[in-house]
Design a protein around this ligand. Structure first.
Ligand code: ABC
Ligand code: CA
Length: 492
C-alpha cells in the first residue's frame, strides 16, 4: 500500500509482547510486571484473537513490533532488561519465536487483510544487539572484544560494524550515524551502512520481508542513525509506505527526513501538544506553531507525518495529568489534522505508566473493556474522521488551518471538520462558552453543524460566527449535519 492509501487510515500501535496472550491462555490471564522488563507472553496469535477490539474502536490498520529473532541475555537481566520489545535483532532471517510461529504470523496477516485492514511491521536496520560480558558493569570499552558474533545472521564479523564509539553528543550528526546506541551491557552494534555490500543486503532483505508476508507498510526504527541517502533505496526496495522514527524536537531537522522516507512521526509536534495540554496553563499557540512548522519543513506538510500522543518510548499522557478534559483534547489533536493518526495500545484504557519501561503495561490486564471513556472517545474520533472523508472528497487533500486562537482554545479547520480544542480542563465551571468568528468558506452562515463529541447541534449564525458551550473541558469536533451518520451520533 502507498502513502496515499495509508492516508485514509488510522493506526493502532500494538506492542506484541504486551497486547494479547495466545488464545489458550487468554481466559486465565497472566501477571505482567512492567518494571521487570521480562517477556509477558503476548503473541501474534493473541493479536489475531483480539482484532475485534481494535476494529470496533474504528481502526483499520495496526502496527506490530519487530518480528525478527532477538538477542538473549542471561537472567536476571542487565539494567536495560531483555529483548521483550523486539528492538534487539540478532538474526534478521529468523522470526522471533517468542511471538509465535511463521504460520501464526501468516495467519495474523491474512486475518488483518480479511477485515480490510492494513498491517505495518516495525523494522530495525541500524544495529544488531550484543551482550557485553566484559563491560557489563564497567565503563564501555570495545564491546566487540567481549562478545561473540556466533549465530548472528548476517553481520557475524567485527568488520560488518562501525568501530565502537558510544553516542555521546546528539549534536554531532556523524557520531549519531556511525557510533553506537545502547548501554555498556547491551551495546547496539552499529552496522556499517557505509558499505555497499551491507546496504544491498538490507535492500534485498526488506524486499523479501514485505513480499513474503505481504505487509502493507513499515515503521522504520532509528532513521536519523543512518545517513540520509541510505533511505531512498531502502524505501524503493520495500515498495510500500514507510513511516520513520526521527526522535528529535527540531522540526527542520525532522522534516528534512521526509525527503528520504514517505513520512515521519511528528515528534516536534508531539512536544508542542504536551506543552499545550499538560496543564490548564499550557500554551495553545504552540499548536498553531506546530501546524506552521509542518507546512514549512515537511515535504507534503502535515501529510507526511504520523500524529501521535503516546508510544512505547515516552511516558503516557495520563502520567503527566489526570485531567480528563485535557486528556480528551490531547487525544483529539491526533485525529483532527493532516497526519496519519496513531494510537498506542492502552491509551483507550487510560493507562498511566511513566517512563520506559513503565509505559508498557499489558493490555490484557484491562480485560479489553470497550465501555471505557477513552475507548469511546477514540471510537467517536475515528468515526468522525471516516464521516468527514466519506462526506467530502476533498477532506484528505485539504490542509488543516488555524481559524482562531485564544488563551485557552484553538479552532482548527480541515473542511468539513472543524475542531475547537481547549485546555480549560475538566474543572472549568460546568459549561464553558466558546465562540469562533469568521469561519470562512466551508461553514456557511446559518449552516447546521453537529459537535460529534457531545452529539449536539449548533448553528452558524448569520454572520458566520459560531457560539457553543462545552462541558467538563471537552473538545468540540464539528461536522456539517449532512455528513453525520448514526454511527457517529446515534441521534441528532
Ligand atoms: C533500554 C531501557 C531504557 C534504558 C536504555 C539504555 O535501555 O528500556 O530504560 O534507558 C529499545 C527498547 C528500549 C531500550 C533500547 C536500548 O532499545 O525499546 O527499551 O532501552 O536498548 C528507537 C525505538 C526504541 C528502541 C530503539 C532501539 C530505538 O523506538 O523503542 O529501544 O532499537 C534514541 C534514538 C531513537 C531510539 C531511542 C530509544 O534512542 O534516536 O531512535 N528509539 C535524545 C536523542 C534521541 C534519543 C533520545 C534517547 O535522546 O536526540 O536521538 O533517541 O532518549 C527531546 C530532544 C530529543 C531528545 C529527547 C530526550 O528530548 O529534542 O533530541 O532525544 O526534547
Ligand atoms: Ca548507524
Amino acid at each position: 500500500a502507498s502513502a496515499s492509501d495509508w492516508q485514509k487510515r488510522t493506526v493502532y500501535q500494538v506492542m506484541t509482547d504486551r497486547f494479547a496472550l495466545p488464545p489458550a491462555q487468554d481466559s486465565t490471564g497472566a501477571a505482567c510486571d512492567t518494571g521487570a522488563q521480562l517477556p509477558c507472553g503476548g503473541t501474534w496469535a493473541g493479536i489475531e484473537n483480539h482484532l475485534d477490539y481494535i476494529q470496533a474502536m474504528g481502526f483499520d490498520a495496526i502496527w506490530i513490533s519487530p518480528i525478527v529473532a532477538q538477542l538473549q541475555v542471561p537472567l536476571p537481566p542487565p539494567a536495560d532488561g531483555t529483548a521483550y520489545h523486539g528492538y534487539w535483532p540478532e538474526n534478521i532471517y529468523a522470526l522471533n519465536d517468542a511471538f509465535g510461529t511463521e504460520a501464526d504470523l501468516r495467519s495474523l496477516v491474512s486475518a488483518v487483510h480479511g477485515r480490510g485492514m492494513y498491517i505495518m511491521v516495525d523494522v530495525v536496520v541500524n544495529h544488531m544487539a550484543t551482550y557485553n560480558t566484559t563491560a557489563a558493569n564497567a565503563a564501555p570499552t570495545d564491546p566487540l572484544a567481549g562478545i561473540s558474533l556466533n549465530g548472528y545472521n548476517p553481520f557475524d564479523e567485527d568488520s560488518d560494524y562501525h568501530p565502537f564509539c558510544p553516542i555521546t553528543n546528539y549534536g554531532n550528526q556523524t557520531m549519531v550515524e556511525q557510533c553506537w546506541l545502547g548501554s555498556a551491557a547491551v551495546p547496539l552494534a552499529d552496522v556499517n551502512t557505509e558499505d555497499q555490500t551491507t546496504v544491498n543486503t538490507y535492500y534485498s532483505w526488506i524486499g523479501q520481508v514485505v513480499s513474503n508476508y505481504t505487509f502493507d507498510g513499515l515503521r522504520i526504527d532509528t532513521v536519523k542513525h543512518i545517513r540520509q541517502d541510505f533511505w531512498p533505496g531502502f524505501v524503493q526496495a520495500a515498495g510500500v509506505f514507510t513511516l520513520g522514527e526521527v526522535l528529535d524536537s527540531d522540526a527542520q531537522y525532522v522534516g528534512d527526513y521526509t525527503n528520504y522516507v514517505d513520512a515521519v512521526f511528528d515528534y516536534p509536534g508531539w512536544g508542542m501538544v504536551l506543552q499545550a495540554f499538560q496543564t490548564t496553563g499550557g500554551s495553545m499557540s504552540m499548536l498553531a506553531q506546530s501546524i506552521q512548522n509542518t507546512s514549512t519543513y515537511y515535504k507534503n506538510g502535515g501529510f507526511s507525518t504520523g500524529s501521535f500522543l503516546e508510544n512505547h518510548d515516552q511516558p503516557r499522557f495520563p502520567s503527566l495529568t489526570n485531567d480528563t478534559g485535557l486528556i480528551k483534547n490531547a487525544i483529539a489533536w491526533t485525529f483532527i489534522g493532516d497526519g496519519l493518526p496513531i494510537v498506542y495500545e492502552g491509551q483507550e484504557q487510560e493507562y498511566s505508566g511513566g517512563n520506559v519501561p513503565n509505559n508498557r503495561e499489558a493490555v490484557w490486564l484491562s480485560a479489553y473493556q470497550e465501555n471505557k471513556p477513552m475507548y469511546k472517545h477514540i471510537t467517536t474520533l475515528n468515526n468522525a474522521r471516516k464521516a468527514a472523508m466519506n462526506g467530502s472528497s476533498s477532506f484528505l487533500s485539504t490542509h488543516m488551518s488555524v481559524i482562531s486562537t485564544s488563551t485557552h482554545s484553538i479552532a482548527i479547520a480541515k473542511a468539513p471538520m472543524l475542531a475547537v480544542l481547549t485546555n480549560v480542563g475538566q474543572g472549568a465551571q460546568g459549561q464553558v462558552s466558546l465562540s469562533v468568528s469568521s469561519l470562512g468558506s466551508g461553514y456557511a452562515a446559518n449552516s447546521q453543524l453537529v459537535d460529534v463529541i457531545s452529539c449536539s447541534s449548533v448553528k452558524v449564525d448569520g454572520s458566520g460566527n459560531l457560539a457553543f458551550t462545552t462541558q467538563a473541558g471537552a473538545p468540540a469536533v464539528f461536522l456539517p449535519s449532512s455528513v453525520v451518520n448514526t454511527k457517529v451520533c446515534a441521534s441528532v
